[in-house]
Design a protein around this ligand. Sequence first.
Ligand SMILES: Nc1ncnc2c1ncn2[C@@H]1O[C@H](COP(=O)(O)OP(=O)(O)OP(=O)(O)O)[C@@H](O)[C@H]1O
Length: 268
Amino acid sequence: MSSFLLEIKGLTKKYSAGTIALSGIDLQVKSKEFIAVIGPSGAGKSTLLRCINRLVEPSSGSIEFAGDRVDQANARELRRVRSQIGMIFQHYNLVNRLSVLENVLHGRLGYMSSIAGMFSRYSEEDKKKAIALLRKVGLENEMYKRADELSGGQKQRVGVCRALAQQPRLILADEPIASLDPKSSAVVMDAIHRNCAEQGIACLVNLHQVDVAKRYASRIIGIKNGKMVFDGPPEALTDHHAALIYEGKESQMYQQPVGEEPQDRRYA
Ligand SMILES: Nc1ncnc2c1ncn2[C@@H]1O[C@H](COP(=O)(O)OP(=O)(O)OP(=O)(O)O)[C@@H](O)[C@H]1O
């Protein structure tokens, strides 16, 4: 059994259209590591994160998480693995017609029987913890609002709380700040980073912005054309490395998000 929390060997993903999105990725992640995955658009960052919990089926290679072979897991084993891996998405993936609090409680579904989940029978303990998480990210006054009444930055803080409510061992954050303005981005990254550190959760976060990766991560992985081309501490990532990773797409490493969601005024 691997001594790492996550151990990936020779991971390759070929999509049916023929694109080789990942090619022979080897990666070991220890408990509590905070890793930024950088690389230009189309490099394979999302595919890498989604193979880890099998939202995307790997073509070959092995993935071991907390002693379980994810790549060989049956439906029941996969459910157990996924209950320990929280996910944060670029477009939040909240249920708009439900309240903020209910969205956070969805993080508990993996731990409940399907009947209890179907009728939203959350325990008082779960509700208390969800409220405490919302309070921590400054959303205590929003918890009974519908999710679609929130700004983008607020929605992503709900997404962070939902992932944390799972009490996962690993969080996969797939471009969590790509749709946010810089101020909301900082609030969201602070929330992810602080809570992972406090709760001993490992995190793999896909980011475009190299400066943000350097500010938060204890380790940076660079992906280019489906291959891992950099793996080291932030201080080892020189401008030269970054230029090579983003060769031909240099503008993306400073990419400022398009303000497609309203400003998060509360934190502005
Ligand atoms: N479902 C799919 N079917 C076919 N090809 C896909 C699919 N998803 C991704 N790809 C291709 O795989 C490659 C890697 O895509 P991926 O989304 O993993 O990159 P990325 O680094 O996350 O990019 P971005 O930063 O733009 O999200 C790209 O060439 C993409 O077009």
